[in-house]
Every structure is written in structure tokens, then in C-alpha cells.
Design a protein around this ligand. Structure first.
Ligand SMILES: Cc1cc2nc3c(=O)[nH]c(=O)nc-3n(C[C@H](O)[C@H](O)[C@H](O)COP(=O)(O)OP(=O)(O)OC[C@H]3O[C@@H](n4cnc5c(N)ncnc54)[C@H](O)[C@@H]3O)c2cc1C
Length: 449
């Protein structure tokens, strides 16, 4: 067992908390911790942005890092909860499989993917991660293990997916993979001059499974914001060039750069990004459309810059990610952007994705059928007042905030946004009655009773 005493934070480097982290190999040691500790916070790879994986005593899954079974015939895989998505991809792509849902980084654990019920750029086609999970092995606060699925202990299953580690510690999970013919994707960009065009392009049906929009919030023209909608689909073997056909599953390793230390917080300022955005638009216009790229370049471009979060400086940054349901998502997004326009706090990176149908049984999973917008801000004193105003707009349009990115949401905002919170609280009361599994976020918001 390794006990690290240190300062910990999420990816946003805010907040920072002092604590201990227990890192143990094997089930029995983890079980011992759970039996003896008063309070624990489950932690995967710490890639959630805010305080959902923070607490005074963290229980790390990172040494539960074994892929236990991979059936190449039906694409069913069972692994321990600390296995990283990168590890799974390395194992399965050569065999013609891919993860059905991937977020914007491959450096998250399976436990983290389930606890946040992560979504990708293909929510319309594949839903969120939980859709593909067939079984979860969970260590409960009482020290017993339990297996849950959509048919066995379904209440526990639906509270665990998206449940932010508050129902128990995920030990193992089994889920189904998607078939692919190559490790390459074809991408296409569509340049949109305003928000209406972006929403229209995102809603149009086409042959692409993945879609995502980069929105330039820093160069508005007559109150309208332009953006680039990027589409992608997995290429079939027949579609590859003769050179790539030689090794259709070649896993190209991304070139890695690193930000070696925290940059001074004045470095990343909105005027600089405003300028970069203009260049990005022009450069993209010149790039040939419909290009073939290897999968890490499309799904995980930021993973090539190690510690990129340090660019924001020691004060850290916040990502404000909300979802607005149809049919008012566009109107609500415009209102959010109008509020941003008048603020001194500028959004340095903005992304829009579309969500499709969601499982009616989900209790705390984030997606709603509609659109989700992520806005990155440097942490400043005034930012929190702006985000409170944005909360009001999001709630007015029937939306909610993503817990995996949150570091400041209030209980009222959470109660209004998550209609099934009471049902979630009842499951937590049953399986985690003394709040042994807790997090700084759950305590700050006060959403488990
Ligand atoms: C660059 C970047 C891009 C991202 N893009 C996306 C995206 O496109 N879509 C998306 O949905 N998310 C995205 N995220 C967020 C990220 O996918 C989630 O926050 C994910 O949960 C992080 O996993 P982790 O292993 O780092 O978990 P942590 O951050 O360590 O923990 C996250 C939550 O899971 C719980 N948890 C972790 N392990 C366990 C376990 N074994 N048992 C029980 N609970 C556990 C923790 O208590 C905590 O509540 C992105 C994050 C980054 C940094």
C-alpha cells in the first residue's frame, strides 16, 4: 500500500485540497480500507475538473489496472476499475474493436467513466458510457461486494452510473465494444457564420457518427458567433489508401509536448486567444476538407500536450458545461452568449455537442436530449458571479450543469436541474447510509442527505 500525503486537485487546478491518498493493489486491501476508514473519496485518474474526486482521504483505483477478460468474438470486455481508456484502446484496436464512447481524453479510468457516465462526440448514435455497460462489481460501504446491472439490483446500477462515486467503490466492470475496420477516421469541417447555422448543421442527418463544434466566442460580428462543425466517421478498409491498407490498425503514437511548469496567470489572456482564433479560422479554411486522420488525432488532440492545464497558471480554471434540452437549446445558448458578451470574464475555449435520446432510468447522468456547451474560463474573483447568472439562464431553459466539471454549483441549481435527485438520495441512503463514500463536491453542494 502507498499512502501519499499531499495537495490534490482536479484537472482545473481549483480547488486544491490537502489530504491522503491510499493506493492499493488487489481487492482485499481495498476492502480493508473501506472497512476501517470513516470516510473515503473514490478517485480514478483525477481528470474531472472540479472537486468531485477530492476529499480528506482518497481511495485510488489506479493499481486496479488489469484487463480481466476480452472476448474477441463478441467484443465483450471485463476490466478492473483503474484501467485507463488508453490501455483498453491499445489492446482492442488491433483486434478490430473501439470503445463505443470516448470523452476528450483517453487518460481516464473505467471507474471514472462510469461514475461520471461520460459522453463523447457521438451521443446521438451511441448514448453515454452506461448504455454499453452490462455489469458493475461494486464494493459497498459495509465492506460487501455486490454485482449490479440493468436487471440485477437495477436501482443501484442506475444510481452508480453518473453517481460520482457516492454509492460505493467500483471494482470491476463489463461492457461491450464497437466493431471497426480500421484505426482511421475521415473528417470534414463545415464553417458556420452564426449560431443558427451551427445548430442546423449539427441537426442535419449525414453519414458521420461523430460531430463537435468549436465556437469562437471572442470575435462576434453583430452579436453572432461563428464556429467550425467537425464531423468524423471510422473508415472502412476499402476506403484506405494503398499505403494505409498495409496496416489498417496501425496505432500511431501522438507526438507529445509538455508544459513543464505553471505559466504566470497573465500569460493566457483573452486578447491573445482572440488573435489565435482568427488564425485558427483562416488556417482551417486552407486545410483540405475530408482528410484521413488516425484516431488519437481526432479524439484526443489535447492529450498530445501533457499538463496543458498549467497554461492557465496556478489560480486554475473552470469549465462550465451545461446542457439545454430541445427545442429551446439554441435560444438559451444565445442568451448565455449575450451574458458573456457584457462580462469582463471571457471564455477562452467553447465547444458545442449534440445529445440524443437518454435512458429514462438514469438518475444523475448529465445528458438530456438537446445540446451541450462547454465554456473554459480562467479563475478570477468576478467569474463566480457571472457563472451564477449563467445558472439562472440554464435553469430557465430546463437545463443543468455537468458534475464532472463543476467546482461551484449551488444546491438549488442542482435540485432544479436534476429532477431525479430524490430517487438518487434514496439509493445512497440505502447503500451508503453513513456517507462513508463522500467527496468534497458532495459536501460542498450538500446533495446527499
Ligand atoms: C481534457 C479533458 C476532456 C474531457 N472530455 C470529456 C468529454 O468529452 N465528455 C465527458 O463526459 N467528460 C469529459 N471529461 C471529463 C472526464 O471524462 C470525467 O471527469 C471522468 O470521470 C474522469 O475520470 P477519472 O478516471 O479521471 O476520474 P476522477 O476524476 O478521479 O473521478 C471522477 C468521479 O468518478 C468517481 N470515481 C472514480 N473512480 C471511481 C471508482 N473506482 N468507483 C467509484 N467512483 C469512482 C470519483 O469519486 C469522482 O466523483 C474530460 C476531461 C478532460 C481532462
Amino acid at each position: 500500500m502507498v499512502v501519499q500525503k499531499n495537495k490534490f486537485s482536479g484537472w482545473g487546478n481549483y480547488p486544491v485540497s490537502q489530504g491522503a491518498m491510499l493506493e492499493s493493489e488487489g481487492f482485499y486491501k481495498i476492502q480493508q480500507h473501506v472497512s476501517t476508514a470513516e470516510q473515503l473519496t473514490a478517485r480514478g485518474n483525477g481528470k474531472s475538473y472540479g472537486d468531485s474526486a477530492l476529499g480528506t482521504c482518497l481511495l485510488s483505483s489506479l493499481r486496479l489496472n488489469k484487463i480481466l477478460n476480452f472476448d474477441k468474438n463478441d467484443g465483450c470486455i471485463t476490466c478492473e476499475s483503474g484501467v485507463l481508456l488508453s490501455q483498453i484502446l491499445e489492446r482492442i484496436v488491433n483486434e478490430g474493436y473501439f470503445l463505443p464512447v470516448v470523452p476528450g481524453t483517453q487518460w481516464i479510468t473505467i471507474g471514472g467513466a462510469i461514475a461520471s457516465d461520460v459522453h463523447g462526440k457521438n451521443h446521438i448514435a451511441q448514448g453515454s458510457f452506461s448504455k454499453h455497460v452490462t455489469e458493475i462489481k461494486l464494493l459497498l460501504a459495509c465492506g460487501n461486494t455486490i454485482v449490479c446491472s440493468k436487471t440485477i439490483e437495477p436501482d443501484l446500477f442506475w444510481a452508480t452510473v453518473g453517481g460520482m462515486g457516492l454509492t460505493g467503490f467500483i471494482l470491476e466492470a463489463t461492457f461491450l465494444l464497437s466493431k471497426i475496420q480500421t484505426a482511421y477516421l475521415q473528417t470534414e469541417n463545415i464553417f458556420c457564420q452564426n449560431l443558427s447555422q451551427i445548430f442546423r448543421v449539427l441537426e442535419e442527418k449525414n453519414t458521420y457518427e461523430y460531430k463537435v463544434t468549436w465556437l469562437d466566442t471572442l470575435n462576434p460580428k453583430n452579436n453572432s458567433y461563428r464556429g467550425i462543425v467537425s464531423f468524423a466517421r471510422h473508415l472502412l478498409q476499402d476506403e484506405l489508401s494503398e499505403a494505409l491498407k498495409q496496416n489498417p490498425f496501425l496505432q500511431k503514437h501522438q507526438k507529445k509536448y509538455s508544459v513543464p511548469f505553471f505559466l504566470p496567470s497573465w500569460f493566457l489572456n483573452w486578447r491573445l486567444i482572440k488573435f489565435f482564433n482568427l488564425i485558427k479560422w483562416d488556417l482551417q479554411l486552407r486545410v483540405k476538407n475530408k482528410v484521413t486522420v488516425s484516431y488519437p488525432d481526432f479524439f484526443f488532440p489535447l492529450d498530445s500536450i501533457l499538463h496543458w492545464n498549467r497554461i492557465y497558471g496556478r489560480n486554475g480554471f473552470l469549465q462550465y458545461q451545461f446542457v439545454l434540452p430541445n427545442p429551446f437549446a439554441e435560444e438559451g445558448t444565445q442568451k448565455v452568449l449575450d451574458e458573456l458578451f457584457t462580462s469582463n470574464d471571457k471564455c477562452l475555449l467553447a465547444v458545442i455537442k449534440q445529445f440524443g435520446e437518454c435512458d429514462e432510468h438514469s438518475l444523475l447522468s448529465f445528458p438530456l436530449k438537446g445540446f451541450t456547451v462547454s465554456l473554459d474560463f480562467k479563475r478570477t474573483v468576478s467569474l463566480f458571479a457571472l457563472l451564477n447568472k449563467l445558472d439562472e439562464i440554464v435553469l430557465k431553459y430546463g437545463g443543468r450543469i455537468y458534475l464532472a466539471k463543476d467546482a461551484r454549483m449551488s444546491l438549488t441549481t442542482m435540485e432544479k436541474g436534476y429532477a431525479k435527485l430524490k430517487e438518487f438520495q434514496n439509493v445512497v441512503k440505502k447503500f451508503n447510509p453513513t456517507k462513508k463514500f463522500i467527496s468534497a463536491q458532495a459536501e460542498r453542494i450538500g446533495y446527499i442527505k
